[in-house]
Design a protein. Sequence first.
Length: 125
Amino acid sequence: MTSISSDPHKYCYGPKGFSVLMFRTKALRKLTLKPVTTWSGGMYVTPTMAGSRSGAVIAGTWAAVMKFGRKGFVQKAKKLLTAASNIRRELSKIPEIQVISNHDSTVVSFTSKHFNCVALNDMMA
C-alpha cells in the first residue's frame, strides 16, 4: 500500500469537504504537489489541483477530533463495524440475497438474481 485516504466528515463529525490523504513515504507525497508558475501573485504550490480552501473545514475537523479523542473514535468504530456485521448477518438469512462483502469494514455489499438491489437499497434508506 502506498497511500490511504480518509473522509473525516463521514465518521469524525468534521464539516463536509475535508479529506485526508496519507502517503507511505515523503517521496510519494512530493509527487502530488502542483506548482503554479503563471499566477500573478508569484510561485504557488498546492498539494491538490483544487488549490487552497477555507480553513474553516480544517478547524472544524480538528475540533471534532479533539472532542472525541482516540478513545471516542475507537468506540464509534466498534459500533459502526458491529452494525455492518449485523446487517451482513441478517441479509445472509434471506435466500434471495447474496452478501458479497465478508470483511471487517463498514461497507455492506450484496446482490440478487431475484430482485432489484438498487430498489431494495432505496427502501432501506
